[in-house]
Design a protein around this ligand. Structure first.
Ligand code: ADP
Ligand code: ASP
Ligand code: MG
Length: 415
């Protein structure tokens, strides 16, 4: 008998029919003698709808109240799945994040989990009940409702699995595993049987939303056995999905490149003609950091005639704010000939642990893009990834040609 945490995403609970399907699958595992804790998202589209309602009333709503509003989406689905299980004759009890007591910090809309009280869940499991928990939400020390950031139900599930020392955390979604890239963009994308936690961390942080990055971090830190599966397969299908693994298996033929991630949420700012002298990078980025804007890539040109150009990227949501900060600082902190920006850019990244031991991958990537006439605006690399910033209009083409260039549609990858 195992203890399993199963998380179902928005599409998987998107209608009463699908709610009943979730209940069928949960029941299947319960009947097999397993203890099951279910973590649920809101119905697909619901969190967007709720947040848009708030924005119809205010352009700048209070984050505390946004959390109060957004958390209701998950409260609906937990009640519905509990009722569906009751209808089938099972004992089931639903809990909000606060009722479990998923304690978080007070960073509304992007709170971090600090502690989980497993008391209620253990008692119900001992009593033979199925436990159903609202994903995405928690409560801070003062009792305020908090949420964990978009896609946060994945993190709720992995954190609960860690707290309960579960045998496995299963993330049920609308695809049957982690693919070499988003199968909606490249139909030839291939499901991976396994992916290392390190690669999955890169993929998630570079834009693959199949798992929230913090969920992967939790899995790595607490060694949670994490698997991504389809909620549309039959409950008794033994589809393996994708297992997130902790160590490179030396015996396994490891692919050099595992996948391609992309993000549309990017914007680039260039500060042109600044003085090429110590302290200028700080004068530009210091106020940006003070305004709580995250900076991703940074590039400074080689100086000529005592001047240089300085470019960086930010999340597209923070683009206007970053421009406003620089406009205010321009005469005070630094002088510049011109500040220009572009929020029609995207980032495409190639990820793979095999990069550590193989050379020539960057040039292969750049050639594939050049052959399609795609101009690279910025480049950044780390040990296991290469990212490029390009025009947004080329995103899909770039992902497709890179997928092909690295032969990710084939089982035996040759590079
Ligand atoms: P859920 O609502 O179940 O949490 P998400 O929409 O958050 O589902 O995540 C699943 C989606 O992630 C898929 O439908 C797919 O379009 C997208 N996706 C992006 N990159 C990948 C990838 N490498 N492998 C699988 N799915 C991916
Ligand atoms: N419902 C939340 C969202 O849409 C959390 C989640 O689905 O994981 O972001
Ligand atoms: Mg998700």
């Amino acid at each position: 008998m195992a203890l399993i945490v199963q998380k179902y995403g928005g599409t998987s609970v998107g209608s009463p029919e699908r709610i009943k399907n979730v209940a069928q699958r949960v029941a299947h595992h319960h009947r097999q003698g397993h203890r099951v804790v279910v973590v649920l998202s809101a119905m697909s589209g619901e969190t967007n709808r709720l947040l848009a309602l708030a924005r119809e009333i205010s352009a700048n709503p209070s984050p505390r109240e946004l959390d109060v509003i957004a958390a209701t989406g998950e409260q609906v689905t937990i009640g519905l799945v509990a009722i569906a299980l009751h209808e089938m004759g099972f004992k089931a009890r639903s809990y909000t994040g606060g009722q479990v007591r998923i304690l978080t910090d007070s960073a509304h809309t992007k709170a971090r989990i600090l502690d989980i009280d497993e008391g209620n869940m253990r008692r119900d499991l001992d009593d033979g009940a199925i436990v159903i928990v609202a994903g995405f939400q928690g409560v801070d020390a003062e009792g305020n409702i908090t949420t964990l950031g978009r896609g946060g139900s994945d993190t709720s599930a992995v954190a609960l699995a860690a707290a309960l020392s579960a045998d496995e955390c299963q993330i049920y979604t609308d695809v049957d595993g982690v693919y070499t890239t988003d199968p909606r963009i490249v139909p030839e994308a291939r499901r991976l049987d396994t992916i290392t936690v390190e690669e999955m961390l890169e993929m998630a942080s570079l834009g693959s939303k199949v798992l929230q990055i913090r969920a992967v971090e939790f899995a790595g830190k607490y060694k949670v056995k994490l698997r991504v599966l389809s909620s549309f397969d039959a409950p008794d299908s033994n589809a393996p999905g994708t297992l997130i693994t902790f160590e490179e298996d030396e015996n396994m033929e490891q692919a050099i490149i595992s996948g391609i991630a992309f993000s549309r949420d990017e914007a680039k700012i260039s500060v042109m003609g600044v003085l090429d002298k110590p302290g200028v990078a700080h004068a530009i980025l210091g106020p940006i950091a003070a305004a709580n804007v995250d900076v991703d890539m940074i590039v400074q040109n080689i100086g000529a005639s005592g001047q240089t150009d300085f470019s960086f990227t930010v999340h597209r949501n923070e683009y206007q704010r970053a421009l406003a900060v620089l406009a205010a600082e321009r005469t005070k902190g630094f002088s510049a000939r011109e500040i220009i920006g572009d929020d029609k850019i995207c980032k495409v990244s190639v990820v793979g642990i095999g990069m550590r031991s193989h050379v020539g991958l960057a040039s292969k990537m750049f050639k594939a893009l050049a052959d399609e006439g795609i101009n690279i605006k910025m480049i950044s690399t780390s040990e296991i990834k290469i990212s490029v910033v390009i025009d947004e209009k080329y995103l899909e083409l770039a992902v497709r040609v890179l997928h092909q260039a690295f032969e990710l549609d084939k089982d035996d990858v040759a590079v």
